[in-house]
Design a binder for this molecule. Structure first.
Ligand code: PEP
Length: 254
């Protein structure tokens, strides 16, 4: 049975009280073990990292991440957080290259390459986000675009290091409030391309973008998909628990 990654980034949401309530309820629900066949993960804002780590405990089956980290270990980088600092706060995973960071904060293929290397250097799991715009999709360039994003970040690494990376394919046109859910048909070709390039070589090939309780099972059924990376649906704990249940059911059938 292969492991399905089911996780959420909270983006810039949740106060500490809200983070605490979500994490405590998840911890109590899981009771110390992950649903069979599922690797849960949660990526709060930096401010909630230590709080969530404290609630989950050091031996939680839920991996804890941060939404970004700098490529340098320390230095004059005002406003940034390094991988060693994220690790010190309890993070095990680093989200890198989300399309919002590429669009609004100048993230490039080169910065994602450096950040993936930094996460690996310190033993954290890089969660590399890739995804094309509606314009690129309209001209039929989705697969080439996402493969170039992934290759730019990963292809200078030895195979052993690539095997520790999780890739999340998140088409920009499908994520967030302005996105529309992708159909299974739209995702078959991009995942075929990703599967050919990285299937069996990375730790996970996840899909993200308007995942909801109605489409999650179908999305997990797409060839080469080994997990879901979820925003809004998982911000309510009930939604996340239901996604874990769907993941467990899917894993059991593999
Ligand atoms: C995202 O923004 O990465 C994301 C997956 O969000 P949502 O699930 O809310 O579309």
């Amino acid at each position: 049975m292969s492991t399905l990654w089911i996780g959420t980034s909270w983006k810039m949401t949740k106060t500490l009280a809200e983070a605490r309530a979500w994490a405590e309820a998840l911890r109590d629900h899981l009771g110390g073990s992950a649903p069979t066949g599922v690797q849960p993960f949660v990526i709060p804002s930096f401010t909630a990292t230590t709080t969530v780590r404290g609630i989950l405990g050091d031996h939680s089956p839920v991996l804890l991440g941060v939404q970004n980290a700098h490529w340098e270990d320390a230095g004059a980088w005002t406003g940034e957080v390094s991988v060693p600092q994220a690790k010190d706060a309890g993070a095990q995973l680093v989200e890198i290259g989300h399309s919002e960071r590429r669009e609004h904060f100048g993230e490039t293929v080169e910065t994602t390459r450096r950040k993936v290397a930094a996460a690996l250097r310190h033993g954290l799991t890089p969660l590399l986000c890739i995804g094309e715009s509606a314009e690129v999709k309209a001209r039929g360039g989705s697969a080439a675009f996402i493969l170039a994003q992934a290759a730019g970040a990963l292809d200078s690494l030895p195979a052993e290091e690539v095997s520790r990376v999780v890739i999340a394919y998140e088409p920009i046109w499908a994520i967030g409030e302005k996105g529309r859910p992708a159909t299974v048909e739209e995702l078959v070709d991009p995942f075929a391309a990703l599967g050919e390039a990285y299937g069996g070589k990375v730790a996970g090939l996840l899909y993200g973008g308007s995942v909801n309780l109605d489409n999650a099972a179908d999305l997990l059924g797409i060839e080469h998909v080994t997990g879901l990376f979820v925003g809004r649906t998982a911000w309510r704990l009930e939604g996340y628990l239901e996604l874990l249940r769907i993941g467990q059911e899917h894993a059991a059938a593999l």
